[in-house]
Design a protein around this ligand. Structure first.
Ligand code: NDP
Length: 819
């Protein structure tokens, strides 16, 4: 055969990797136990479940099936270990993590073989991607363990973390979860997916090898209904980190609602792969191979929707078909194989069902002429053309080697088509015009955007979704915040201790609030003295309306609610908002979405202007606070002055919360850009009627969000007095919309609303639970206080980066250099 013929046919012989070392390791360890407290334990149930080799359909081994008794034992071990591990110096944790990374490298070939046997993915991928990246995560996070004390001095570990991982990248997902958790001083109970437990068990063995303290990492194999659910519901677990399907993510959100457990969800996707007509089509074809046939398309961020500019569509599709014809499918342990086996018969059936549906819905299906192996669970690479954007195969995550292609004419149409999905995990943009690519990238609703590349991952760069792809980030510095909480959260601050009880505020003579340590909370502020204020103002014969789209609007209900002072005297009335008012407010907010794309300088100017206008009315606002709360006048002045200072803080942050440039091990850079979340709902606390409102509204709008705000239910008049301040400060109409009324009724409508992207709720514990439960409709991001009031006067609790982080989501834009 001539070189030319070989080049044309791509014919080459098999290059098998030996299965023997992996099979021998399995034999040596049977029967597998559960890994609790650095010991192998028999499952309490006495039951074992089959682990199948998907490339043959035959049993590889059996693994222990844990149940809730084992979950109890593992959580107890993790809790005990946390007492020490949580206080272990960062340098010591870094040493352990360095050892883990080294040992993953030492066992890399065995891990790669086990992964391919267990999951069916090609050895080329496990050897070159899964295992090296897993090691890289432990190196990278060893660094954060070392730096935690200096770089996150105000944070502490969360505690015991329950981690539930899927089968598509078994060891890599374990590393994504365990590495940041240990780095930040947490202990872990991890459940691998039922189909793919073997590399997690080998990892457990590594924990013994390196002498990790007992109980820091516990690994429970078994079924979701026995292990996963028990872990999610366990009262002594402080956080759940989950990767998997959106449906299960939703059920976990419901199960943890109101519990105070921290939660991060990395869910499904239907990522667009956008090709403009000036892209290098040969590179694009290889990009598509990596986007949708990598790991048989069983990748949450697979580029499964090919969006091609119309004038090059035929040419690209033709090239793709030629390439598909040359893809090699077969034994995952063959180093020359491109596509391995699908993980299970169930997944295979589901792929086939969706492909059949695509054909029934009128799309044109194309598959290469060659046949798949008859043994095992294989599915050929599949390409759909003539796909309409609303059809099932264009909308639903197929999680297999199936690509659907559609066309667009203009960049604007490409963005619209790309964002026409309930997901938002990733996107690829292909164009030789960097200006065009960088213009499109921020417009895509996705956590990662790859420019002229695809499916690149690194520990340094955060990964995670927008919308129904979940919330929270894994990787990068942003991934650390999923595993820490502010140090002040341990300091119990029961409501009464905040000294803001309505009529019993202790005074130090000048009327300022005393902090627990005896210092004046307002000592840094120049306090005004009472200027002839009369305590018993007559009731105000005036009803502030709603504030919607920059205008005052009458409540749809036609009803008003009475507002009382602490003595029970009516001091005013506000509109009784209802569902219709909320709908109008959300609509008005969407119409103001240009706020996010305006300049940061402009947003800063407006925040300063709001502060300026508030300061000219300082005494009027202070009197209003006194009237509503009964607190001393000087305290009220301090509240107004702190509000002004807070507006200055966020005006300052507007152009300084900039993100980062990551340097993963490649020729290129990753821009980590914090972006506005979109339309946010904000329910304000009752304590500090003005400061509570400003402390939440200012950071959210500083970062470019548009808001629907429910002011304090008890004392809404400070917020409604702000209408004029906002109107006279050049804030565009619709950026802040205010609806007064029953806090929980209105909040519920907002939490249910699918056009609201995130919700903050500062109110009673039961309300927090209801918000978390209702948020599952569109998997909106929530931030609630679980009924624990903050001391809003304290800058550590009431302002700062925590608020900015909650106001943004990080988009990582990957930009490789060079030809
Ligand atoms: P699941 O979401 O069901 O499984 C992921 C993990 O969660 C597994 O460890 C599973 O355990 C566990 N789990 C399942 N149900 C619960 C529960 N109620 N409480 C706690 N843990 C639970 O994914 P599937 O394996 O069923 O795959 C179905 C679809 O999910 C795929 O077709 C794909 O669309 C999507 N998926 C997305 C992934 C991603 O990376 N985002 C990864 C995997 C799947 P067990 O294995 O024992 O069932």
């Amino acid at each position: 055969m001539s070189v030319m013929e070989i080049f044309e046919t791509m014919e080459y012989g098999p290059a098998p990797e030996a299965a023997a070392p992996g099979l021998a390791w399995i034999k040596e360890h049977e029967p597998f136990g559960l890994f609790i407290n650095n010991q192998w334990a028999k499952p309490a149930s006495g039951q074992y479940i089959e682990s199948i080799n998907p490339a043959t359909g035959k049993q590889l081994t059996k693994v222990a099936a844990a149940n809730s008794a084992d979950v109890d034992a593992a959580v107890a071990a993790a809790r005990t270990a946390f007492e020490t591990w949580g206080k272990t110096p960062g340098h010591v944790r870094a040493r352990y993590m360095y050892a883990i990374a080294r040992h993953i490298q030492k066992h890399s070939r065995l891990l790669a073989v086990l992964e391919s046997l267990d999951n069916g993915k090609p050895i080329r991928e496990t050897r070159d991607i899964d295992i090296p990246l897993a090691a890289r995560h432990f190196y990278y996070y060893a660094g954060w363990a070392q730096l935690m004390q200096s770089q996150l001095p105000d944070y502490q570990p969360v505690g015991v973390v329950g981690q539930i991982i899927p089968w598509n990248f078994p060891l890599l997902m374990l590393a994504w979860k365990i590495a940041p958790a240990l780095a930040m001083g947490n202990t872990v109970v991890l459940k691998p997916a039922r189909y793919t437990s073997l590399t997690a068990l080998k990892f457990a063995e590594i924990m013994q090898e390196i002498g990790l303290p007992p109980g820091v990492v516990n690994i429970l194999t078994g079924e979701a209904s026995q292990v996963g659910e028990a872990l999610v519901r366990h009262p002594d677990v402080n956080k759940i980190a989950f990767t998997g399907s959106t449906d299960v993510g939703r059920s976990i959100r419901r199960a943890t609602a109101g519990s105070g457990k921290k939660l991060s969800l990395e869910l499904g996707g239907k990522s667009p792969f956008i090709v403009f007509d000036d892209a290098d089509l040969d590179s694009v074809v290889e990009g598509v191979v990596d986007a949708i046939w990598f790991n048989q398309g069983q990748v949450c961020c697979a580029g499964s929707r090919l969006l091609v500019q119309e004038n090059i569509a035929n040419r690209l599709i033709e090239k793709l078909r030629v390439r598909m014809e040359h893809l090699r499918i077969g034994d995952p342990l063959d180093k020359a194989v491109d596509i391995g086996a699908i993980v299970s018969p169930g997944q295979l059936e589901e792929i086939q069902r969706l492909v059949n549906q695509g054909v029934e819905e009128g799309a044109v299906m194309w598959q290469p002429s060659w046949a798949c192996p008859s043994e095992g669970y294989f599915f050929p690479p599949t390409l759909f053309t003539n796909v309409s954007p609303a059809t099932t195969i264009a909308q639903v995550e197929i999680f297999g080697p199936v690509l659907v292609s559609m066309t667009f004419r203009t960049p604007a149409e490409a963005v619209e088509l790309a964002n026409n999905t309930r997901y938002g995990l990733a996107a690829s943009v292909w164009s030789d015009n960097i200006n065009l690519a960088l213009d499109v990238a921020p417009k895509l609703k996705a956590g990662s955007v790859w420019i002229n590349c695809t499916n690149l991952f690194d520990a340094s760069s955060g990964f995670g979704g927008y919308r129904e792809s979940g919330f929270g980030r894994e990787g990068g510095k942003e991934g650390l915040y999923e595993y820490v909480r502010p140090k002040w959260e341990t300091m119990a601050t029961p409501f009464e201790e905040l000294h803001i009880a309505r009529d019993s505020t202790p005074s130090n003579g000048s009327g300022s609030v005393q902090k627990e340590d005896g210092e004046s909370a307002f000592q840094d502020l120049a306090l005004g003295s009472s200027d002839g204020y009369v305590a018993a103002l007559p009731a105000i014969d005036r009803t502030p309306k709603m504030f919607i789209g920059g205008k005052q609007a009458r409540p749809d209900s036609g009803y008003s609610r009475d507002i009382y002072d602490p003595e029970g005297q009516m001091i005013g009335q506000v509109g009784e908002g209802n569902r219709k008012d909320i709908r109008n407010a959300v609509e008005a907010a969407h119409a103001a979405s240009g706020w996010a794309v305006g300049t940061t300088h402009n947003r800063a100017q407006i925040l300063y202007y709001i502060a300026e206008n508030l300061s000219t009315r300082e005494h009027e606002f202070a009197r209003r606070i006194v009237q509503q709360t009964g607190r001393p006048y000087a305290d009220a002045v301090a509240e107004v002055q702190t509000s002004i200072s807070r507006l200055f803080s966020y005006a300052a942050w507007t152009d300084k919360y900039e993100g980062a440039v990551h340097r993963p091990p490649m020729r290129g850079a990753v821009l980590a850009m914090p972006e506005a979340i979109g339309v946010m709902a904000v329910t304000c606390p009752d304590e500090y009627p003005l400061l509570g409102f400003i402390s939440l509204v200012a950071p959210a709008i500083a970062m470019g969000n548009i808001l629907v705000v429910i002011p304090s239910q008890q004392s809404p008049l400070s917020a409604t007095d702000c209408y004029q301040v906002l109107q006279t400060s050049d804030l565009p109409g619709g950026v802040v919309n205010i609806v007064t009324g029953d806090r929980d009724t209105l909040s519920q409508v907002l939490a249910d609303h699918d056009d609201v992207d995130a919700m903050w709720y500062f109110g009673p514990a039961e309300g927090c639970k209801q918000i978390e439960l209702a948020s599952t409709g569109n998997m909106k991001r929530t931030w609630v206080n679980y009924g624990h009031p903050r001391n809003w006067l304290d800058p550590i609790q009431g302002e700062g980066e925590e608020f900015l982080r909650e106001s943004t989501q990080v988009k990582n834009i990957w930009i490789p250099y060079g030809e």
